[in-house]
Design a protein around this ligand. Structure first.
Ligand code: SF4
Ligand code: SF4
Length: 91
């Protein structure tokens, strides 16, 4: 399982590199709305990784990303994601 959004939508979401995570819990501890929780599953290194337990509460502030020592998580605001989405339609 990845940290991709499920169910209700908040103002933002997270992306998690499950296999990079070392399970330190900084992201979970420092998330202002406390919307992260550890996965039930383990990654290949034997660590639980964060999942978005309350997607409706995530603001996309990226504090989780700022605190992660391993760059294994980042948060984005949906409005920023939309801005970054290619608007040209490709070739
Ligand atoms: S982006 Fe912000 S609100 Fe969302 S999980 Fe990370 S710290 Fe929490
Ligand atoms: S801060 Fe990074 S390494 Fe620590 S639990 Fe969160 S995602 Fe994993």
């Amino acid at each position: 399982m990845s940290g991709e959004p499920t169910g209700k939508k908040g103002k933002g979401t997270i992306f998690v590199l499950n296999e990079v995570c070392k399970g330190c819990s900084f992201c979970i501890d420092f998330c202002p709305p406390k919307c992260l929780a550890f996965s039930r599953e383990y990654n290949r290194k034997g660590y639980h990784y964060p999942v978005l337990a309350s997607p409706e509460a995530c603001t996309g502030c990226d504090l989780c990303g700022l605190y992660c020592p391993d760059y294994a998580i980042y948060g984005v605001r949906y409005k920023d994601l939309e801005k970054r989405a290619p608007a040209t339609g490709g070739a």
